[in-house]
Design a binder for this molecule. Sequence first.
Ligand code: ADP
Ligand code: ASP
Ligand code: MG
Length: 408
Amino acid sequence: MALIVQKYGGSSVADADHIRNVARRITRAREAGNDVVVVVSAMGDTTDDLISLAQQLVERPDEREMDVLLSTGEIVSSTLLAMTLKSMECSALSLTGLQAGIHTDGIYSKAHITGIEPLRVVEELKKGNVVIVAGFQGVNPNMDTTTLGRGGSDTTAVALAISLGADVCEIYTDVEGVYSADPRVVTEAVKLSKIGYEEMLELATYGAKVMAPRAVELGQVYDMPILVASSSSAAPGTLICKEASMELRNKVSGIAHDTNVAKITVWAVPNHPGMAREIFVPLARANVSVDTIVQNVGGDDVTDVTFTVARTDVVKAMSIVEPVARTIGAARVTADETLGKVSIIGTGMQNTPGYAARMFNALAESNINIELITTSEIRITCIVSESRLTDAVRALHRAFDVEFRQSE
Ligand code: ADP
Ligand code: ASP
Ligand code: MG
């Protein structure tokens, strides 16, 4: 008998029929003799709908109230699933993040899990219940509700699996696993049977929203195997686990893309020591994470500083950087929200020259202009116009096609 944590995403619990389907799958796992803990997301587009409702009333809604509001989405789906299971003679109960003992820090909308005390979960499992936990939420040290960032139910699931010592964490979604690129953009994308944590983390961080990055990071640190599979078919999914063999590694495992990117440029910054600190320390204090940073030395002892942030953070970032720019004597600050980023990712790329050249060649042949370039040891990212982003993903998938097929 195994202890399994299963997570069902928003589209898998989008309506009554989908919830019934999920309930049937859970009863099958239970009948096979497993203890089952289930984490659910909010139904369908509930989270987006709640955000837009709040924004119809208030331009920048209060962060504390916003987190309580958004947490209700997952409470709705967890209760509906629990009552459906009970109606199928499968004993079950729903728990909120608080009841499941999920503790977080105090950063509203992007809280980090600081610890889990799953006493109630363990108690209910012992009583023979399937425990349905509302994903994406926890409580801060003041016992106020927090949420874990978009896609945060994945993080709830992996963190719970770790704290319960589960055998596996299964993430059920609307695709059959992790593909070499978003299968909704590249129809020829290849399903990967296995992928290492490191590559999956990079894919997720750079836009592959099939897994939340923090969930992968936790899986990697605690070595929790994560299976990504479809909630509507029995097709084998993708196992995210330790890299199987150094020799078998693909050079390029996948392509990620993301439209949640904005470029901010601070023009004519005096070229003195300390200027980067003046700009980036206040951003860090406000929890705005900065990705690519480019600084060019121009003439007249001034330099332009360009960096990217998530598009969802651009208003906050501009409100911080504009006054700083005035204080340090920079000319002006501009934001560009018409960009996207595309990345090729693979642990095998390190120490193998030529990958950047192949990437730039594929983009050039499709006449796609590169705005900024950033790299890590296992990733090359190009920032391009959002209007050419899907063309870029498809062109790169064609260029590296042979390598993806090796993993089939
Ligand atoms: P859920 O609601 O189940 O959490 P998400 O919408 O968050 O589902 O994630 C699943 C989606 O991730 C897929 O529908 C797919 O469009 C997208 N996706 C992006 N990149 C990939 C990839 N490399 N492999 C699989 N799916 C991907
Ligand atoms: N409902 C939240 C979101 O839409 C969390 C999740 O689905 O994982 O981001
Ligand atoms: Mg998701």
